[in-house]
Write a protein that binds this ligand. Sequence first.
Ligand code: NAD
Length: 441
Amino acid sequence: MNNENPWIRAKQQLALASDKLGLDKLLFNILSEQDRTIEVSLPIQMDNGSIKVFRGYRVQHSNIQGPYKGGLRYHPKVDMDEVKALAFWMTMKNAIVGVPFGGGKGGIALDPKSLSESELEKLTRLFARRLFDVIGAYKDVPAPDVNTNSKIMGWIADEYKKQFKVQSSKFKVSENELQAVVTGKPLGKGGSEGRTQATGYGGAQVLMSMLKKLGKSPKGLTVAIMGFGNVGRYIANFLQIEGFKIVGLCDSRGGIYIPDGIQDTEEINKCKEEKGFLSGCYCVGSVCDFKNKEKLNGNDIIKPEDILELPVDILVPAALENVITHENADKIKARIILEMANGPTTLEADKILNKKGVIVIPDILANSGGVATSYFEWYQNLHNEHWKEDEVLKKLKEKMETASEEVYAASLEYKTTLREAAYILALKRIEKTWKTQNITT
Ligand code: NAD
């Protein structure tokens, strides 16, 4: 794994696009820093009676476009610089997909699999209390990210509401507004239809739009996906529905490569949900325990990182950052990379891919379907509405198609890569809003 600091990379990306656009210098300096960084200590009593102290982070990068918005990640590698980069990318992403939010991100450094559910709930509720003063429907709205889900968002919404009643009882705020403090909640607690599958669905729409521009049909194009969590699982399913041939999948423990195409990625998902990991959902050694045993015989079991170098048309990194590096970029055979993970490609790798003529559909466009649907959830909460799944996905499809067309058009206008075009588009929009705000000093 490459150790490139994602925040340094984010600043370099900002500098390159700002130069090309001629961004106002003051705004450049504002966006090169964070509005606010928060680091909290989270001591909790573990089930065995011992006390363990965890570290939590929230970064509020910019609220020029609206309340800070971005996910919470639970992972051992979470640190301040990672969260700063992720918050900055949220500012860009929200501007590209046209939702009225700024950028924020947060997380706790921990391995969630090492905690019991009650420990995880205790920790999450304490984190929500620590963040109480700085989050809210019109201040900062967290959401799920790596290793967090609707249950965790439900705990945060509930804890926020409890604290509000204790600490802010003199302010009148509607239940709807209290609910809109986080998105990605369970359906029964103000969550939106379609939110769970939104990032994967949105990514599939972006890829379809870009292929249309390139005059290519999805039928039979081969795809390998790194990461089989919320994002990887749904994008696999939606791409399969559109006629792509999914040949490679992996999670952190191992992968599967079936050159003729995986029959049904949803079956694999069911197996993964039962076992907790992909490994064993197909073959262990020479024994295949997956339903389509006979068809899978003879295919390879591969290591997670091997997924990146498979002979496929399209590669979809959907796990963590810094997986495509100067060490493996040259070995990548895919002609298109759809970045569903945040920050999967290092700067050096990006240059190598660009030279090779690989089309990289950047993270800040490709995975923006999640936050677009978070916006729909926030809107429904605040307006006391409940939209059907079809309606949510229809609106999402439109948003993703529009954003893809705008990024593509900017790449032609500025004669640049899709990544730089996406940054230019975002910065143009932020600059336009900033100039109307007159709060520069
Ligand atoms: P998740 O926790 O549901 O899944 C992550 C997956 O990656 C798991 O299958 C895990 O096993 C796998 N993984 C971890 N390390 C790996 C490694 N070294 N090699 C191969 N696989 C590995 O997380 P998610 O919500 O699916 O998020 C994945 C990525 O997408 C992250 O970069 C996240 O920031 C980004 N993203 C998520 C959303 C969302 O709505 N969930 C929205 C936008 C962006």
